[in-house]
Write a protein that binds this ligand. Structure first.
Ligand code: ZN
Length: 136
C-alpha cells in the first residue's frame, strides 16, 4: 500500500491535537513515513524552560527507538489553538539538522495550508542546503 501525501498530512493533523503547548498555544503534528510503509507520529511538547521538543524530533525519536533507520518523507502541520485552520508549518533549523542525520537530501517534507487546501512539498536539501557535517 502506498501512503499518499494527504494520508500523511491527516495523521499529522490528528496527532497535533495531543500537543502539549501551554506557552506557545501552537499545536504541531508530524507524521514520518518509513521505507517499509510504517508511520511514526509526534507532537510538540513544551515546558517552562527552553528544553521543548518539536513534533518532528518526537516522530523521528520514536521511529529510531523502534529500530527504524530508513525514511522517505515527513508531513508537518501546525495551528494556533484559537485558529480553526492549519497553516503552512516547516521544521525549525534544529529539526532540519536533526533530520539530516538520518535522511538523504532527497527526503521529502510536506506541509499543509488548510484555508487554501494546498500541500507544499520540499526536499530536505531545499530546506537545509548546507548541513553541518561532523568531521574528525
Ligand atoms: Zn524543530
Amino acid at each position: 500500500m502506498t501512503i499518499s501525501e494527504r494520508e500523511l498530512i491527516q495523521k499529522a493533523k490528528e496527532v497535533s491535537l495531543n500537543a502539549y503547548s501551554p506557552y506557545s498555544h501552537f499545536l504541531v503534528g508530524a507524521a514520518l513515513l518509513t521505507e517499509s510503509g510504517a508511520i511514526y507520529t509526534g507532537c510538540n511538547i513544551e515546558n517552562g524552560g527552553i528544553q521543548s521538543i518539536c513534533a518532528e524530533r518526537v516522530s523521528l525519536g520514536t521511529a529510531i527507538s523502534k529500530g527504524e533507520r530508513k525514511f522517505t518523507s515527513l508531513a508537518v502541520v501546525g495551528k494556533s489553538i484559537s485558529d480553526p485552520y492549519f497553516v503552512k508549518t516547516l521544521p525549525c533549523g534544529y529539526c532540519r539538522q536533526f533530520i539530516s542525520e538520518f535522511c538523504d537530501p532527497s527526503f521529502r517534507i510536506y506541509t499543509y495550508d488548510e484555508k487554501t487546501d494546498q500541500i507544499s512539498s520540499y526536499s530536505l536539501s531545499e530546506l537545509l542546503p548546507h548541513s553541518f557535517q561532523f568531521k574528525n
